[in-house]
Design a protein around this ligand. Sequence first.
Ligand SMILES: [Zn+2]
Length: 108
Amino acid sequence: MRFCKNCGHEATLKSDTKDIRYICENCGRAEKVKEMKLDKIYAYIAMDNQGNEAIVAASIGEIIMPLVMGDRLRVESYREIALEVGRTENVPIRLVEFTKRSDIERVY
Ligand SMILES: [Zn+2]
């Protein structure tokens, strides 16, 4: 949670295709979030009754998307999809966070 530097009211995280900003719901002040580095990855994972885990995937339009996210904003926007998969498949779904990053190679 972040508070507005102008009026102290709570600011809400919003994103569009260009950038991510905190917008004050009281005075409308916008604060751009500085460049994003992926130091955490979040994923919704499912576990079957043998204890095997897998990343939850869901159809979004015609694309099958693994529910892996680089920021908390997307975590929240995918929550309903993860919930729906859990209900449909009747499996427990967990939100997990991975925090250890290893850069393996530069591909391009
Ligand atoms: Zn404000």
